[in-house]
Design a protein around this ligand. Structure first.
Ligand code: TMP
Ligand code: ZN
Length: 405
């Protein structure tokens, strides 16, 4: 394979999840014969420790006008981004006439409160449908990918940014050299580049290998982000643990020498070292834990089917695609998956072609079991669907191991 996308170093593969479709490639029936597949495997750079996919899916196949994910689709993410916005408004954006840029603003969950506060802002979003949803909320959106050229154009038209932000988007950008050149071109002196992304440590803790899919090109950790920042003239000056999406870290970068790093940076670095986060043995243990989950889940679903139990899926997040296809689960084991996202409903799940239906079909006739694919919203969903358990239904979870609640 080719070298590390950050530093060019040698990448050692440690997980192979096989042939996979696009995680958010929900299909109509007439698209079935054109489905795109690639090999989903993950490696670690032996030089800079960045964990990354070994194969990049072209970005126009991942982000386009039919991109179905809506950030504002869940109460948890809406309130998370509302809090994020208030935090920025009270700190980095408290000066005169600040300018805030978000990379991949989706439907504007974060930018909406920032726009409402009257702060100059711009979302950079290549996926047309979600960009239009943001525009409908009065948000300014540039329909494009964030890269060096885009950033220079924004700088020329709007001036320098106080904050450049990304949530669950920076790890999607394989071309980090262009990303950092863009940030450098657009960020004002003393400004910050902040991003929050799934944390490698949390993925290993929960064996949440379903976080591995085409859009998540990198799996960040404090050590690898620090090395990446330094390579491009930046410095990691703060890290904060977040609970969303199964465990993330919010990284704050400034240009080298401009801000004093907080003690949390060294604390989390030391914790990563102590647990051997970047050690090949740790990663190999993760790889074998994944195989156990597959075995246990397929065994459970096959047994339930043999017993004549009705089992359906609940939630069709992008990450369910990895799990479903790695386990070889099809409509024979799960006749449908319900999901609250209108643009997924009526379509077929990628690879498995399991139909996606509205949640009303779930409550109209409760199954005996439901596999909770949107496990990061377990509390919200289990509470909302309390009628299911009241009717004797049981939830199947597979993180950190297969269990029934
Ligand atoms: P996410 O983990 O990438 O945010 O995706 C969560 C998916 O789960 C998304 O497709 C919406 C779906 N979902 C439901 O169907 N019902 C719910 O109550 C919640 C919270 C999410
Ligand atoms: Zn590297």
């Amino acid at each position: 394979m080719s070298g590390c996308r950050v530093c060019g170093g040698e990448v050692r593969e440690f997980v192979d999840l096989g042939r996979q479709p696009l995680a958010n490639g929900f299909l109509t029936r007439d698209e079935l014969d054109r489905e795109f597949f690639y090999r989903l495997a993950v490696g670690i750079c032996l030089s800079c420790t960045m964990v990354q996919l070994v194969e990049e899916v072209p970005r126009h196949l991942r982000y386009h006008d039919a991109y179905p994910y809506h950030t504002s689709g869940t109460a948890q993410m809406r309130s998370h981004f509302e809090e994020d916005a208030q935090l920025f408004l009270a700190t980095e954006l408290a000066g005169p006439d600040p300018f805030f840029v978000e990379i991949g603003c989706n439907d504007g969950a974060l930018l909406s409160p920032i726009a409402d506060a009257g702060v100059r802002h711009l979302g950079v979003e290549p996926s047309g449908t979600v960009a239009d949803m943001a525009r409908g909320k009065g948000i300014r959106v540039l329909g494009d990918f964030f890269e060096e050229g885009t950033a220079e154009a924004i700088r020329a038209s709007d001036g320098p940014a106080d904050v450049i932000f990304g949530a669950n988007t920076i790890c999607h950008l394989a071309a980090v050299e262009s990303l950092f050149a863009g940030v450098d071109a657009l960020l004002r002196p003393g400004g910050v580049f902040v991003f929050e992304e799934p944390y490698l440590g949390a993925i290993l803790d929960h064996t949440s290998f379903d976080q591995i899919y085409d859009e998540h090109f990198y799996f960040f950790a404090v050590r690898s982000v620090q090395a990446m920042a330094e390579r491009f003239g930046f410095e990691l000056v703060n890290v904060e643990h977040l609970t969303v999406h199964g465990g993330e870290i919010r990284y704050t970068l400034a240009r080298s020498g401009q801000r004093r790093p907080t003690p949390e940076v060294d604390e989390v670095l030391a914790a990563e070292k102590a647990r051997g986060l970047a050690d090949l043995e740790t990663l190999d243990r993760f790889a074998s834990a994944i195989q156990h989950i597959r075995y246990d889940l397929v065994e459970l679903l096959t047994r339930l089917r043999a017993q004549g139990r009705r089992v359906v899926g609940y939630g069709a997040p992008g990450k369910s695609t990895t799990l479903i296809n790695y386990c070889g689960i099809g409509p024979d084991l799960l006749p449908f998956i319900c999901d609250s996202t209108p643009s997924k409903q009526g379509r077929l799940a990628p690879g498995s072609h399991i139909p996606v239906r509205p949640p009303a079909e779930f409550s109209a006739r409760y199954p005996d079991y439901a596999v909770l694919f949107a496990w990061n919203y377990a509390d919200e969903i289990i509470a909302k669907e309390d009628g299911f358990r009241a009717a004797g239904g049981q939830w199947i979870l597979y993180v950190p191991e297969v269990h029934i609640v």
